[in-house]
Write a protein that binds this ligand. Sequence first.
Ligand code: NDP
Length: 301
Amino acid sequence: MTDNAVDTHGMPGLTLLGLGDMGTALARAWLAAGHPLTVWNRTAARAAPLAAEGAAVAATAAEAVAAHRLVVVCLLDDASVGTALADADLTGKDLVNLTTGTPGQGRARAEWARERGARFVDGGIMATPPMIGAPEAGGYVFYSGDRGLFDAHRETLAVPAATRYVGTDPGHAALHDEALLSAMYGMFAGVAHAFALIRREDIAPKDFAPLLADWLSAMTASVHEAAEHLQSGDYTRGVVSTLAMQVAGVPTLLRTAEEQGVSPELLTPVLALMERRLAAGHGDESTTGLIDLLVRDRAVG
Ligand code: NDP
């Protein structure tokens, strides 16, 4: 097959490496949209259902890469990307890496691709497999890196999920992805603590859930307040719930946990940061100042 092979409707072709849960969902979306698709997976058996749906199955990753100019990779981790592509000729290829990684891995992989003659874009998938090919589900993919590559393949990349290009730095897609996921885990921690508090009471979790969800939704306004504070440098502007007031409530939060027989281990780290910021004389701020306590020197390497 030649580069950019097209079918009778002129749909651009592409190669996809990796047919795990996510890769298979991506493959099905491109096949359903009529894109000629060449696939490869380390465990060949996983390609069989897709062959029946019209995909061309390559015997090796190198053979799959040779089939099209656009090569999308969705493997377990960054190390598996290096392993899978070790013998492939990437000269003149447009490599899109949808494998989850760190910002540093995205930048290093971009340099690695450049040395092999390929353009490179990294991606961060903000969707689960069932959300792929289902625009109404609201999933999307962050992309960053070579702008020319992204513009050339924008329509093809938009088939599985909406696209959000976040700049030429190949580390920024992963950074956006991991930042959102990190915030999500903070929310999961709060949700776990809240349910633990009511766990042994005569309160139905199903009655409590909408109260909790609505409260968390209302509190997302703090995200925008923090952004305004960070951009202005004034962490006191428009603050209604001061840090001093919030820290005054810490003993009540901890005593409630104790009364309910719940470990405070998810709560104490953030409360300790609030107390440190207050002790440093920032009682009239919001909690934005916690961000300054968290930021350290970058890890080297
Ligand atoms: P799976 O575990 O289902 O699949 C992993 C894939 O990586 C398989 O194709 C596997 O091949 C392949 N693989 C693993 N190690 C190697 C290796 N050393 N060499 C070659 N291939 C290898 O994962 P998913 O498909 O769910 O996820 C793929 C990527 O998508 C991950 O980076 C994940 O973080 C990301 N993602 C997944 C989401 C999800 O909800 N599933 C959501 C958002 C992002 P084999 O079949 O041979 O084992």
